[in-house]
Design a protein around this ligand. Structure first.
Ligand code: M6R
Length: 593
């Protein structure tokens, strides 16, 4: 869950820092860079905290150097300290490495290397790689052979960028189960953990395959697989791949919420423009499989819940699974099942693990992802793309609506319903016009010690996502429950320090949901109802109301009722002085299990 980059060319330090900033969403507890100086020695700068810290530390230094690697860290093995920040250097100073992934057998390797007299200056698993390279250099005939010998010893997952002072004009890179992209332009060569982390001038890239070893020098990229030089497919970089600016917004999260309408339109457009043969292939999957397992994590899992509910409504038998559970406690899987994997990043290790498990069993898989260059997009049998555009904020917003939309579009296509959902009729602009009201309500939300989200049916699913959003970026303890479930336990937590946010968009549930509101009020709790129904107004039981626009089709509410909840989370986070884009302890792309 770290980001790695490498750059060869003018202004290497600045380029590395710029690229690292674009990967900061992958982890931001510490960062560092290594550059080869004019005497072929390695210079290191690293520090805890945001990338701006190493930027300040290296101000006016190393501006003439033309080769280096960098890293932004999300701590897995070893605390957040300067020593544990990457790059790590071999004892003799010959090799510097940056690593993304987990070396599962690092303790055994470390003990072996310690017996041979090597010393370690960090608690990380990654440092063993630098030292193994030093040890293997004694016998290997070339750096490529050394990297091969070294990575053969490693168990777990890795993408690695390596500097070797004996080849001072090259960067070496290799990977297993972690993404790595290489790009060369007229006057630079670079590598990054994601396409978005390549330099602005990059126009094309190659995606490395597991166990590829790349030797990167200015204008030349050589890739070896099992001693053979191989050609990897060159792919074009699109404008969307590198879209990484906040424009006039203060944070990526609010920018991304404001992009929801366009993201939904683009997703709908891409779905309707699928080639007839590709669409048929996907519809055939549904025609031949009635049992569906949907697998994902976090927000994407919540989109699966919405998807399952829609697919159930047209006759499918669906189960949703949290990926980290599915892999180790799988349901009864056979060739009558279709498995659907949903992931914004397409890099979530838990989800990838499940996809591979299912593929090994020969079961058909369909993936829904937002990143075309991702591992999930690369390895899936069938693919549907959301077109949310780059999502940078840790809290997923526009990708969620787009994932839900794909399920609406699929359900319509499968049931041959010609009434294609109109994004304009979702009236998202009306919600965005109420931003002042939402911001004022958020000031109130910020005063509560705990916040519950409740709803029935489809609304209970929106409640789950609303609760995740709020706790993720405001740190206010929050839970969500189907409204009727509250009285079976959680009601004991309701008191005058709690707020219950009630999602109420389905007419048939008004009466029973309002019973839950009465039960909360009777225990001294506060209530905020999010609803399109005009007749629901503040009264002795309802403290606050937020009115949604009225939609013709009640089933479409999940696509918009989440928007005020995303905005509540955003403004509450601001109210509490938290950076909503970078909540503590989290990272955007969770590439470790
Ligand atoms: O990239 P993915 O959709 O696979 O990510 C899954 C979760 O890690 C992600 O949705 C997470 O829950 C978000 N930070 C929630 O806002």
């Amino acid at each position: 869950m770290c980001g790695i980059v490498g750059f060869i060319g003018k202004n290497a330090k600045t380029q590395i820092i710029d690229c690292l900033k674009k990967l900061e969403y992958r982890g931001y507890d510490s960062s560092g860079l290594a550059l080869i100086n004019n005497k072929d020695k390695i210079e290191i700068i690293k520090e805890t905290g945001f990338i701006s810290n190493i930027e300040n530390l290296s101000n006016n230094m190393f501006d003439d150097l033309e080769i280096g690697i960098g890293h932004t860290r999300w701590a897995t093995t070893g605390k957040v300290t300067k020593e544990n920040a990457h790059p790590h250097v071999s004892n003799n100073g010959r090799f510097a490495i940056v690593h993304n992934g987990i070396i599962e057998n690092y303790e055994a390797i470390k003990s072996d290397l310690s017996h041979k007299g090597y010393t370690f200056s960090s608690e990380t698993d990654s440092e063993v790689v630098a030292i193994l390279l030093e040890e293997n250099a004694k016998t290997a005939k070339s750096v490529i052979e050394n990297i091969k010998l070294t990575t053969k010893i490693l168990e777990g997952s890795f993408s690695l960028a390596i500097l070797d002072t004996h080849s001072p004009d090259k960067i070496f890179a290799t990977k297993k189960d972690m993404p790595l992209f290489v790009s060369a332009g007229a006057d630079f060569a670079s590598i990054a953990s994601a396409v978005v982390g390549l330099p602005h001038d990059a126009i094309q890239y190659i995606m490395l395959e597991n166990h590829d070893i790349a030797e990167i020098s200015l204008n030349t990229i050589k890739v070896w697989q099992n001693e053979e030089m191989v050609d990897r497919r060159v792919q074009k970089i699109t404008k969307d791949d590198l879209n990484h600016t906040m424009h006039n917004h203060k944070h990526y999260m609010i920018k991304e919420i404001f992009e929801e309408q366009v993201a939904l339109e683009k997703t709908a457009e891409a779905f309707s423009s699928l080639k007839p043969s590709a669409k048929k292939e996907i519809l055939d999957l549904f025609a031949s499989h009635k049992r569906i397992h949907l697998v994902a994590c976090g927000t994407a899992y919540h989109a699966c819940l919405v998807g399952a509910s829609l697919l159930e409504s047209i006759g499918f038998d669906c189960s949703c699974h949290i990926a980290s559970e599915f892999k180790y406690f799988p349901p009864n899987l056979n060739d009558k099942c279709l498995c659907i994997f949903v992931s914004q990043s397409g890099e979530t290790a838990d989800t990838i693990g499940c996809l591979k498990l299912v593929q090994e069993k020969g079961i058909k898989c369909l993936s829904i992802t937002n990143v075309e260059s991702s591992t999930i997009a690369h390895i899936s049998d069938h693919l549907l793309m959301t077109k949310a555009g780059t999502e940078v904020a840790v809290a997923s917003t526009k990708a969620y609506n787009c994932q839900c939309l794909i399920f609406y579009l699929l359900t319509q296509a499968i049931s041959k319903n010609n009434q294609v959902i109109s994004i304009k009729n979702l009236k998202i602009d009306k919600i965005l016009q109420t931003i002042n009201q939402i911001s004022k309500l958020s000031q109130i939300i910020a005063t509560f010690k705990k916040v519950f989200f409740i709803g029935r049916g489809l609304d209970s699913l929106t409640a789950k996502e609303g609760s995740l959003k709020l706790k993720e970026i405001t740190y206010i303890p929050s839970e969500s429950y189907p409204a009727g479930e509250l009285k079976h336990g959680t009601l004991s937590l309701v008191d005058d320090e709690s707020l219950s946010i009630v999602i109420l968009t389905q007419k048939s549930t008004i009466h029973k949901t309002m019973n839950a509101v009465s039960e909360i009020k009777a225990r001294g709790g506060f209530t905020l109802v999010v609803t399109p129904f005009d007749e629901i107004q503040p009264n002795h039981e309802i403290d606050y109301v937020f009115h949604l626009p009225i939609l013709k089709n009640e089933q479409h509410y999940p696509l918009i009722s989440i928007i005020p909840l995303q905005l509540f989370a955003y403004f509450t986070s601001i109210e509490k002085g938290i950076n909503p884009d970078k909540p503590r302890n989290l990272a955007k792309s969770v590439t470790v299990e």
